[in-house]
Write a protein that binds this ligand. Structure first.
Ligand SMILES: Cc1ncc(COP(=O)(O)O)c(C=O)c1O
Length: 402
């Protein structure tokens, strides 16, 4: 049981709390599921990029999947070795590509023919060979929210099969490119196995057809995407997930790379906020809390559902309320029509499943400092990011006042 009241008193609110022990359990379960093969879990840093969280995964042997050079630098700082770092994303700048090549990371996941050309040119300038993988877009509907669907040709990610093949041939013929892997990631919060299996099968067939023309890859990168329970979703078991992927790899000597984010961190995290006021507009009742969309954007961005827990002495009947923050946007809500009892000033609202795509998507909108972050490990709490102050927010502007 997490002592939300004590932690809120000690560290103030709004506050992110991450249970690192839960992250360990999730990591171990997924890693074990792939034990029939060589595998590397490359934690998707974007899910929760706090350095202490990345370090926690580094200590367990995890690699890192990064989508900016900033994330690559975070991974290095947190102790992830270069040979376990992957750099993905549709829009890498020349400077980012240069730094990735110079850092000798495991590979760059290339997402277009144009990008492959830039990587080759920059590697040539540096007199280096860049290891690459191609992100294949298998045109499979992952059956998830459209904003987190990435494996259809309508989505900007990856390349179709025939472009991928051309890119491998080009890379194989280049003195500055070394094609070592193949990658797909069809979406996030996946709760159906079939699209994952079908994508893996398509991509594994491409590996075989490349083998036929003497292009031998080493890494089969299945992306992330494994869904978690926000509400009452039926989930894919890690065993079924791994088996479905491994079953497509018969006869292939490949190391599996998996890039989980949400699965490892979402349900380890809680966002804790204090009740400021209750108010009634006609029939509609609002609970106004001190956290806002600048702290946790998911409800505003995708109407995402998060379980809410009220920590209160109130024993009244529940009524349906909207839980909202102080930001000047009607989209600033955590839940709509949620059953809660009457609440008092300073009661706590705990938003569950907030450990992935929470703090990282935060902003300073309305000149609000971002929350503090704390880690729980072995029953002990420690600060892992200070609360932002007004001075932090104006630090990059204040010298320009005339
Ligand atoms: C390439 C890639 N890998 C891994 C992930 C992590 O996804 P998830 O957090 O759903 O596991 C993402 C998420 O967008 C991604 O784009």
């Amino acid at each position: 049981m997490i002592k939300f009241k004590e932690l809120a008193t000690q560290f103030k609110t709004p506050l992110y709390i991450y249970n690192l022990d839960y992250m360990t359990t999730q990591y171990t379960e997924l890693k074990d599921a792939f034990k029939a093969r060589k595998s590397i879990l490359c934690y998707a840093v974007k899910a929760n990029s706090n350095l202490s969280v990345i370090k926690h995964f580094a200590k367990m042997g995890s690699g890192a999947d990064c989508v900016s050079i900033g994330e690559v630098r975070r991974a290095f700082l947190a102790g992830i070795p270069a040979y376990k770092i992957i750099f993905s994303g549709v829009g890498k700048s020349d400077d980012e590509i240069r730094e990735a090549i110079e850092s000798d990371i495991l590979y760059i996941n290339v997402e277009s023919e144009a990008e492959l050309g830039r990587v080759e040119m920059i590697a040539k300038e540096l007199n280096k060979v860049s290891r690459i993988s191609v992100r294949v877009n298998p045109n499979i509907d992952p059956k998830t929210h459209p904003y987190i669907s990435t494996g259809l040709h309508d989505n900007k990610f990856g390349v179709d099969l025939s472009s991928a093949k051309r890119m491998y041939i080009k890379a194989n013929n280049s003195d500055n490119l070394d094609p070592v892997g193949i990658h797909f990631h069809i979406g996030s919060q996946l709760t159906e196995l079939k699209p994952i299996y079908e994508s893996a099968e398509i991509v594994a067939d491409l590996v075989r057809s490349l083998q036929n023309i003497k292009i031998e890859l080493k890494f089969f990168d299945v992306g992330g995407g494994l869904g978690i329970k926000y509400d009452n979703e039926t989930l894919i078991s890690t065993y079924d997930y791994a088996q479905a992927i491994l079953s497509t790899l018969k006869g292939l000597d490949l190391t599996v790379i998996c890039e989980p984010g949400r699965f490892l961190t979402a349900n380890a995290g809680y966002f804790v906020s204090k009740v400021l006021y209750e108010k009634q507009n006609g029939k509609k009742k609002f609970v106004v809390i001190d956290g806002a969309m600048n702290d946790l954007l998911r409800p505003a961005l995708y109407s995402a559902f998060h379980k809410i827990e009220a920590i209160t002495d109130s024993k009244t009947e529940t009524t349906l309320v909207d839980i909202v923050g102080p930001v000047c946007e009607s989209g600033d809500f955590f839940a709509k029509d949620y059953p809660l009892p009457d609440l008092a000033h300073n009661d706590l609202i705990v938003v569950h499943s907030a450990g992935a795509y929470g703090f990282g998507m935060g902003s300073n909108y309305n000149t609000r400092g971002r929350s503090a972050e704390i880690a729980l490990e072995g029953g002990k709490a420690r600060l892992i990011r200070k609360r932002e102050t007004f001075d932090d927010l104006i630090a990059l502007e204040k010298d320009f006042l005339d």
